[in-house]
Design a protein around this ligand. Sequence first.
Ligand SMILES: C[S@@+](CC[C@H](N)C(=O)[O-])C[C@H]1O[C@@H](n2cnc3c(N)ncnc32)[C@H](O)[C@@H]1O
Length: 412
Amino acid sequence: MSIKKIIDIIYKETGIDVHSMGELAFSNAANNCMQELSISSLTDYIILLENSWDAREKLIEEIIIPETWFFRDLSAFDELARFTLNTMKPDQPVRILSLPSSTGEEAYSAAITLHEKGLSPDSFLIDAFDISQKNIEHANNGLYRGNSFRKETPDLYITRYFKLYGDQYSIDDKLKSNINFSRLNIFNPQVLAIPDYYDVIFCRNLLIYFNSERKNIAIGKIHRALKNNGLLLIGHSEASIVPADKYTPCNTVRSFGFIKTRNKKPGNYQVKGNPRPFTFKRTLPASPAVKTRVINKRSEIRASPKKKQPDTTNNMEEARNLANIGHYAEALAICSKIDSMSPSAECYTLMGIIHGADNSLEEGEKCLRKALFLEPKNHEALAHLSLLLNQKGDKDNADLLMKRAEKYQARN
Ligand SMILES: C[S@@+](CC[C@H](N)C(=O)[O-])C[C@H]1O[C@@H](n2cnc3c(N)ncnc32)[C@H](O)[C@@H]1O
């Protein structure tokens, strides 16, 4: 018997496709489980898997990637706040789903966001589902280490909503009362069976692990469970999976938020009206070594690589902050200055996003292509260029780019 059987079992149980992670990840997961169970023969292990749910469960725990953190992609939470404040009705709690919730950071971030906006605990309810029992137990315990807090997590919220015990942060109990964490598989027929139930669905960083058949099933279930005019928040690389004829992107290019829209004209991706301010997350700059290597190869764009490059970090931050509050012209002016001193994929990506948000699609495309010229695997630039091409109606190339973005995100 071969590893193929392991791949089949994992796919059947979770929907996770071997191509999303590579065969090695699957065989490592099986080897780890076999070692733990002191089984040396793959054939014996497969027989065990076929007969024991416990063994299959251990294998699932070993293969899943629970990577998550508080306020991952901050702009999604801005979108949640904006949407909730605009649409909530008296005496009707806003229903929110976080699927997959992993260890709970996404659901708690949603709760913190709404608390911060002054919503009372009984004005919203959060369901948070994940296939992993370990993740759900972790979420219910509400104890987190430093790794759950990244640069996107506002420090103020850490002080307000967590207590430090030893090296762990314990979440404030008041946030737990209206979150229901449950261990559930999205492919379970009973899950998301009630139509038009949720006002907001977070489904981020799950679909990237599925093949197109499973993606379609999952998105179909999410679509049914989301109310008409409800908000769908999706991961960076997953936007192309959202059916263009059923959803309208929010004005925020960066948050990957979509509104479920009845009778939408197919292909009409453009939202009319004034763009609202949105959040430009600070992206991880490429390490100086990587940057220099790329730039050396692309000397026609870059000044002499031997020259010491000015540190433009603070200016980038300033440009992002201005873009956040809708001051696109000022943000672009700073980007142009940075560009003349030290061109980088990060700067071109931000310029591309700003132009896209401002509906200057041609300009946006040019900038994102320059970013990709400098860093062909820049996941953020790939994802945004894909969105932009989608807006222009070039679905085929948008899909190709999104596949590349998915590939590089899955590898990171
Ligand atoms: C990378 S985490 C994403 C967490 C969070 N949504 C985020 O974006 O930070 C992916 C999660 O998907 C869960 N998962 C994988 N297959 C699943 C399935 N079929 N049903 C429900 N959850 C699943 C895994 O257990 C893992 O916790």
